[in-house]
Design a binder for this molecule. Structure first.
Ligand SMILES: [Zn+2]
Length: 210
């Protein structure tokens, strides 16, 4: 458990150093026993200690004396409850993904790497106030058949089978968002057909990397 806590801290600091989220925005969790370990509420990642990482059970119970989890813990809980394959979650307010999300739209298959999120597009969850069960519900809808999505007027979220992969997927979503924004400088980008994306998705299943 000590190692998992330090790993969460390591990736939290990378949210800052890789410019995925500034100061204390965003949050990271990892499935653990009958619940998950998550970054605490309102602490800068640069000062985090192992004891600051909070355990929340799948039923949503946590011991307040041991620390308060991120105010956004509910969507972590709902993802772990609904997606057995989710072992780690990275949520970031990364600049480009957030910029696209403020247009309340997802990312179409303008590039085949969109398939990294698990489908032919990256969906954008409907806006709801942060930390609410309503936002959780909207996120789960956007994550149907996907491992990542944007969150309207908020940011992005990615889950995977471990922290390293979840972090990499969040970086990928940020990079795809930057490319998507950039492509609009030349007008509206041409998008790939669903048929082509199905080919890419089946290839990605075999190779994991295109
Ligand atoms: Zn957030």
């Amino acid at each position: 458990m000590k190692n998992l806590r330090s790993e969460i801290i390591k990736y939290s600091k990378m949210l800052n150093s890789k410019k995925l989220s500034a100061l204390r925005s965003g949050n990271i969790s990892s499935r653990h026993k009958d619940g998950f370990l998550i970054t605490p509420s309102g602490k800068k990642y640069s000062v985090l200690k192992n004891n600051d990482i909070v355990f929340v059970s799948l039923d949503g119970y946590f011991d307040k004396k041991k620390g308060i989890p991120s105010s956004e813990w509910k969507f972590h809980q709902d993802i772990y409850r609904n997606k057995k394959e989710a072992k780690a979650i990275v949520h970031a307010h990364s600049t480009c993904a957030t910029a696209v999300s403020t247009h309340k739209r997802g990312i179409p298959p303008f590039h085949y790497m969109v398939a990294m999120a698990g489908g032919h597009d990256i969906k954008c969850a409907k806006y709801a106030t942060f930390g609410t069960r309503e936002l959780s519900k909207n996120i789960l809808k956007a994550l149907k058949g996907r491992k990542a999505c944007l969150i309207a007027n908020h940011g992005q979220i990615a889950f995977e089978e471990n922290l390293s992969k979840a972090f990499e997927l969040a970086e990928e979503v940020e990079n795809i968002s930057l490319q998507y924004i950039t492509s609009h400088k030349l007008g509206k980008p041409k998008i790939l057909s669903i048929k082509e994306m199905k080919k890419v998705l089946s290839k990605a299943k075999n190779y994991k990397r295109g």
